[in-house]
Design a protein around this ligand. Structure first.
Ligand SMILES: [Zn+2]
Length: 218
């Protein structure tokens, strides 16, 4: 397990993070040395991208004075956590939006800098392409209002606890639509199953009549 501190936050990277990222980067079909180079570049680009995303959440938590903020990168992405048990809705929206916001901002900055100065190295050029692509995809995807993704947390906080059923219904419908789109447009069975699990969890929360736990995880 890789553990380090970054900007004062403890960061833990679980082994499954590397494994799933290598899978997304084409690690299962790589045959040539060039393929493996691309897998390695893709994994490091995804690592930087997800870390920047979680830093957006963590830095905002710290700005609001939340204690014990830490970051964990696990199988399908990352989480930033704090000890805060309750947040105002405005703060929750700011914390949830800051992750995709910083990630998309970093992608645009890297893209502009690379274009302005030009890149000689073929390796670096490939890395920048992966970084910008994965950051834009992950940032925008996370903003879809599906609980428990960032967009879902934003919708949940915006509508408030009194309208949690509306939030969960919107979330469930969008999760089914996103799963179908991932499968039909990209042939991603994995994406469809992942979205199906979110829709199922929304359905369960709706039927237990419980409001979603006000979460410390973003
Ligand atoms: Zn996030």
């Amino acid at each position: 397990m890789l553990r380090f501190r970054f900007l004062g936050f403890p960061v833990e990277v679980q082994p499954f993070f590397w494994l799933t990222m290598a899978m997304f980067g084409g690690g299962f079909s790589a045959t040539s040395a060039e393929d493996w180079r691309d897998v390695m570049l893709w994994v490091t680009a995804a690592f930087a991208s997800v870390l920047i995303h979680e830093l957006g959440h963590a830095l905002t938590m710290r700005r609001y004075g939340e204690g014990a903020v830490r970051i964990v990168l696990y199988a399908f992405g990352g989480v930033a956590m704090s000890q805060s048990l309750a947040r105002t809705r405005g703060r929750q929206i700011a914390i949830s939006a800051a992750g995709p916001g910083l990630e998309i901002g970093a992608a645009l900055l890297v893209h502009l800098v690379a274009r302005a100065f030009g890149i000689e190295s073929e390796w670096l050029r490939a890395w920048v392409t992966f970084f910008v692509g994965v950051s834009l995809f992950w940032g925008v995807f996370n903003l879809i209002p599906i609980v428990p993704m960032d967009g879902g947390r934003i919708l949940e906080a915006a509508l408030g606890p009194a309208r949690i059923r509306t939030t969960l219904t919107i979330s469930m419908v969008l999760a089914i639509a996103a799963g179908a789109a991932l499968f039909l447009l990209f042939g991603s069975l994995f994406g469809a199953i992942f979205m199906g699990m979110m829709a199922w969890s929304n359905w369960q929360q709706l039927n237990q009549g419980r409001s979603a736990p006000w979460t410390r995880v973003s």
